[in-house]
Design a binder for this molecule. Sequence first.
Ligand SMILES: NC(=O)c1ccc[n+]([C@@H]2O[C@H](COP(=O)([O-])OP(=O)(O)OC[C@H]3O[C@@H](n4cnc5c(N)ncnc54)[C@H](O)[C@@H]3O)[C@@H](O)[C@H]2O)c1
Length: 454
Amino acid sequence: MSTVSVIGAGYVGLVTAACLAELGHTVVGVEIDPRRLSALQRGAVPIHEPGLSELVARHHSTGRLSFTNAYTAAIPGSEFVFITVNTPSGPDGQADTGYVYAAVRSVLEHARPGLILVMKSTVPVGTADEIAQLIAYSRRRGIGVVSNPEFLRQGSAIQDFLQPDRVVIGASRPAAAAAVAQLFAGLAAPVVRCSRRSAELAKYAANAFLAARISFMNEVAAICEAVEADIEEVAQIVGSDRRIGPAYLRAGLGWGGSCFPKDVRALAATAASHGRRPAILEAVSEVNTRQRERAFEQLRAALGMLPHATVGVLGLAFKPDTDDLRDAPALDIINRLLGAGIAVRAHDPVAIPNARRVLPQVQYCHDAYEVAQGSDALLLATEWRDYLALDWRQIRTLMRGRLVLDGRNVLEGSLLSALGFTYLSFGRSSSLGVTAPLARPAASASSGLWTAKP
Ligand SMILES: NC(=O)c1ccc[n+]([C@@H]2O[C@H](COP(=O)([O-])OP(=O)(O)OC[C@H]3O[C@@H](n4cnc5c(N)ncnc54)[C@H](O)[C@@H]3O)[C@@H](O)[C@H]2O)c1
């Protein structure tokens, strides 16, 4: 078993630290955000990720997991240091590696020969090579640099880490690759060894490909609306083809979060910086933006003329089972609604404390029923399980209007229509289409009911 430091205790770092402790290693998490650190040192986990609190608590008590902000305490005793700090979008779309280089510099001040730096942050191709070169120039001997991109999904991060499809190890020296592979020996997963550059690029390619699948199906959903086909049926048929598979084929408001948007942008920026036009990546982002715009336009078309129009939003996080709001479609649409003078009431099972910080103008509610109260329209923006079995009869009595925009294609459209709702979704035959050319019905100021259905 090894001694490991993990730099940055965010979504990836915390999961990495806790799971490496679970694999038997002794792990120190190094975190510079004082609020995050003090929570962790008290034994509280400052982010929502199923199973993470329990795992962190367990290894706090086994003594295999601790947290500090002192590199000097963590690094000298470590055989491996994982870099898991954030790499946000820079102004040119490329990932900003400022936090990565700052972390690496701090590590190197305390590093001993034999240390292996494991780059888990998603970084532009060539970053690990450049860090290796900087280390060589600084005449430090015996420090290895390995790329080990992370493919976990927020919401199922622990399972993804402990049961990955593959562990990718990009290295220039077989000994360093073997040492890092040994860290993951407890996992029943194939290890893919490759160059550092291939490992870095594979991470971007995987995220961009997943985003492309969703955008592609959103494009097909728009075609479904035009030709009166049903996206669910189409997706099922397409996804049952073994060459394609069923994942990431659901039409709706599209992708968001901390990774897909910035990684698609960064890969496009990489291509452009080498004189390649990333035509597919540009379209992938464009279709995604269009989904949000169309949802907003439909709501505004239906409600914009109403005095004191109110939209109720169900779900704020970019996906279920996380409190992460980064680039969440809900936030984008809420900002557009507020800008158009439409009031917003909202609920999310876990993301409200984060949302209050960025959207103080929203009225936050205890549950979906409170959101429905007095709303002219409801937008389901995140498919939390709590929203899949709502009592729509009760909601009908609470709402002022009858419009329901199912941003995730998860509600029973025919049921809602039978109850008298105007049900909108993406490319489903049981609904009006969100991406269809906009009908601009005259909204009824008295009832708030949009009756555009032919
Ligand atoms: N979130 C995901 O689902 C996911 C999945 C795969 C890969 N990634 C990649 O992993 C990286 C981290 O993502 P995240 O979502 O965990 O980010 P995050 O913002 O949640 O966490 C980063 C943490 O690093 C800390 N930090 C920054 N600089 C530091 C330093 N010098 N020393 C110590 N701590 C420092 C920050 O305070 C923060 O707590 C990114 O490159 C991201 O693209 C993320």
